[in-house]
Design a protein around this ligand. Sequence first.
Ligand code: WAQ
Ligand code: MG
Ligand code: MG
Ligand code: MG
Length: 252
Amino acid sequence: MENHSLYSLRMRAAQGGAHECGGLHISGGERLSTAEDVEILVSQLLRKAMSHSRGTADFISIVMEKVDQQEVECLSPLPILTYDVHTPEEGRQQAAMLLKQLFISDTAIQNGLDMLASSHNWRGAVLLDSQSGKRIDNRGDRGIRVSRMDWEKSKYHLWQNQYPSLTSSRIAEAIALATKVAGSPYTVAELCWSDDPEYVTGYVGSSEMGYCRISHLKRKGELSGGRIFFVKEGTDIESYIEYLERKPVWIG
Ligand code: WAQ
Ligand code: MG
Ligand code: MG
Ligand code: MG
């Protein structure tokens, strides 16, 4: 008999011991998988953990959990825009302009940019109130890890044909994450750049403006990077986090 179950796969890798023992975050990944694809996706996650520009992992955890099919939601990928800038300073100015257009306060924008610029060992995202600019989660460096989202395979192939220049697993993962995050009515916007030293492109994501890629948000070689979610005032934080961590979403 065919197995139509769905599984959530989550990987996290660190160096110098597990994250909770003070290890440096190397890599993470989350996939949503049909039963027949589980082995392939687990080996992709392992490969990601074991060949990473942030360093060699000596702790890798992969967790697999069955997901309730009834809860799955489908979201169309955010539309893509690219801003070509020449320096990280120009890139951060562009990011600030986009965030301002979404009515995020100057204080919140500045706090978000400062926190990302000085981050070096974040595993998940930080939640900021989009008006006061105050941090509203209490997860420390662990942050909130958005999980249970992935591209629907056939839809991804169609999307790839439309955007042949954006074919990389990194971009696919970022769009899936940004789409799920923007899918909550409590998200005003997301600001992201990678913590991988060689990757300097980041984005501002929102349901209003889409996935706005910015070619430079940091200098090559820097280890800073992470994600800030700017959240509406008065959001019920617990149910927002429950959506981010637990709600299964197909992108396509
Ligand atoms: N949930 C929450 N935060 C996450 C997650 C997640 N599932 N995955 C990563 N992060 C946070 C965490 O703090 C990481 O350290 C940080 O983001 C960066 O993750 O060209 O590659 O996987 O369009 O290094 C964006 C631009 C690339 C792509 C982002 O991020 C493009 C990237 P990375
Ligand atoms: Mg990633
Ligand atoms: Mg939204
Ligand atoms: Mg990274």
